[in-house]
Design a protein around this ligand. Structure first.
Ligand code: ISE
Length: 399
């Protein structure tokens, strides 16, 4: 493989090892084998031998039973990791040790210290190798929203409102999983769109749906603050029984914009209705994003590098979710404290787009380029709100 040269016609295909072929890994393996130009799956690994054999047979690859051997395999140029999060640190580190580009599904790791260890390990190399699978950054609607913000089309972006609803989730998907596995996407979306770090997290547990298992709060509203003081809200509701609804609205000083309205094909039907189809799940909603993510990663990996959210983005997301879990447990607003970002670390935030749109710097607010911690001046206490309509009023039979 040539180092920084763009892939040429005739350059050998990228030979990929796919580690973990559960739902996402198998999806990626199929995508690499059937619709990703310039790539071949040569090795498949999974702790379930029969599953590995089935996917390997389908994509024309070999099974290698040990994940570290799969990474070190001399026929492997790059690695796609879709194993459970607890395995990620060792596997990503092995890719760094071998100098092989890696696309790692979220989470980067399952704790902040190990995620930061990977940040430091990559920083010691001469080029970024770790890409994290935040696929929404490749979705055409998110890209359009980001372009609108950075072009100044909304003026200064003030608020971001996110909605994240799944029809259903696997058993055992509790409130903590809702934060670590689902809200993690809005963590990355907020950082991507606003181009600044999240500094605090608060989790509001409201009335739980009757579909919520004992002890789980579904839905919840998560509130983030960012370095410059912007507010991001995220409704997370994973047992709606309806469909996959992921919407994001950015409210700026001179307008607002929303994506995720499923405004594709609107049709009329003989029963006199008009409407479209809401995507049933994330693979359908983000199919284009996954494909673009893979295409760009493959093209970059053929040059020995990455093209997308990097190790710093993965680390920041782990840190915000960790604070989110603390917020869930304590009911408090929990600050996010990030370690120093080593120079040259891969990741998009730290750029200069959104903060440029802030007019004259507000004296009371820390500078966006200031230390990345949750230490913000405490706001003045708000007056008590007037009593309003409360949920029990809405329950049938109540006066
Ligand atoms: C799942 O793991 C994903 O990554 C999906 O994108 C997300 O919508 C879902 O809530 C998660 O469980």
């Amino acid at each position: 493989m040539s180092d920084q040269a763009a892939p040429q016609q005739g350059t050998p295909d990228l030979r990929v090892a796919v580690l973990g072929v559960g739902m996402m890994g198998a999806f990626h393996a199929d995508a690499l084998a059937t619709r990703t130009k310039g790539a071949r799956v040569v090795v498949v690994n999974d702790f379930a031998a029969d599953r590995a054999a089935e996917v390997a047979g389908r994509v024309g690859a070999r099974v290698v039973a040990d994940p570290l051997e799969a990474i070190a395999d001399p026929e492997v140029d790059a690695v796609l990791i879709a194993t459970p999060g607890a395995a990620h640190q060792e596997q990503v580190q092995a890719c760094l040790d071998a100098g092989k580009p890696v696309l790692c599904e979220k989470p980067l790791t399952t704790d902040v210290a190990s995620a930061y260890a990977l940040v430091q390990a990559e920083a010691a190399l001469d080029r970024p190798l770790v890409q994290v699978g935040f696929m929404r950054r490749f979705d055409t609607e998110y890209v359009a929203l980001k372009d609108l913000i950075t072009s100044g089309g909304l003026g200064n972006p003030l608020l971001v409102h996110c909605t994240h609803r799944n029809a259903s989730v696997p058993d055992g998907f509790d409130s903590e999983a809702m934060v670590r596995d689902s809200v993690v996407h809005e963590v990355d979306v907020a950082r991507f769109l606003l181009d600044e770090e999240i500094t605090s997290v608060q989790v509001l547990r409201g009335v739980a749906s009757s579909a919520s298992p004992q002890g789980t709060s579904d839905p919840m509203v998560v509130v983030f603050e960012t370095t410059s003081g912007r507010i991001v809200t995220d409704e997370i509701f994973v047992r709606t029984g309806v469909a996959y609804e992921v919407r994001t609205e950015v409210v700026g000083e001179t307008g607002s914009a929303m994506i995720g309205l499923d405004q594709n094909l609107v049709r009329t039907t003989p029963d006199g209705r008009r409407g479209g189809q809401v995507t049933p799940g994330f693979v359908e909603r983000f199919g284009q994003a996954y494909d673009t993510e893979l295409l760009r990663w493959v093209a970059a990996a053929r040059r020995g590098t990455i093209d997308g959210p990097g190790v710093w983005d993965g680390y920041a997301a782990v840190a915000v979710c960790e604070a989110g879990v603390q917020a869930l447990r304590t009911g408090e607003k929990v600050p996010v404290v990030l370690e120093a970002r080593p120079g040259g670390t891969s990741g998009d935030v730290g750029g200069i787009t959104a903060p440029d749109l802030i007019g004259a710097e507000d004296e009371a607010r820390p500078s966006p380029s200031g230390p990345v911690t949750g230490d913000r001046p405490e706001p003045e206490p708000e007056p008590e709100p007037e009593p309003g309509i409360t949920a029990p009023d809405l329950i049938a039979g109540q006066p």
